[in-house]
Design a protein around this ligand. Structure first.
Ligand SMILES: [Zn+2]
Length: 185
């Protein structure tokens, strides 16, 4: 399995925390994952260096779902030009456990370009501690290929460039999921 994106653990933690805060437990939120423009697009994995939250680009976009306007794309373009960045992926949250794409997610993506990686975090990202909890959807030939669990963690590496995240982090994430399922039973 070829890794598509790499995210430093600290940046991943900031991303998840930011999504949860902006969603306030009752509305979806999201962010673009940006890479250095100088990094060749076909050289994988791409290192995510910057996060651009949707509501920082378009303050009115968090409407329960996500309603991202032209003003947001203009702000994104300006940011990328100014800092020499390029969009490598995006992430948004869902209210429930389901991290599959909705029909709208698949048919009207934020970026419809081959190689783009769209992530979906469950439960407004409130309990996400590891990428294995996230749905990873890779754009190819105008469609999507989806990865979940351990396979998702292979496509999006959270770790230093030397390796993936620690085994105990993944185990902890599993225990949290298991614990919650016991509670809601
Ligand atoms: Zn969605």
């Amino acid at each position: 399995m070829t890794a598509r994106l790499t995210i430093e653990p600290r940046l991943f933690a900031a991303l998840v925390k930011g999504l949860a805060e902006r969603g306030q437990g009752h509305r979806e939120s999201g962010a673009f994952l940006l890479a250095d423009r100088a990094h060749p697009e076909d050289q994988l994995p791409q290192l995510v260096t910057t996060i651009a939250f949707y509501d920082d680009l378009d303050p009115l976009c968090l409407t329960g779902g996500i309603d991202f306007h032209a003003v947001g794309y203009t702000a994104l373009q300006n940011l990328c030009r100014r800092d020499g960045l390029r969009v490598a992926g995006d992430i948004h949250t869902h209210p429930v456990d389901r991290v599959q794409q909705s029909r709208v997610d698949a048919e009207h993506p934020m970026v419809a370009r081959d190689g783009h990686v769209a992530l979906i975090a469950p439960r407004f990202a409130a309990e996400v501690t590891d990428v294995c909890q996230i749905g990873v959807h890779v754009r190819a030939y105008g469609g999507w290929t989806s990865f979940y669990g351990d396979r998702a963690a292979e496509v999006v590496l959270v770790g230093t460039r030397a390796g993936g995240s620690a085994w105990w982090r993944r185990l902890l994430a599993r225990l949290l999921i298991w614990h919650r399922h016991q509670e809601t039973r």
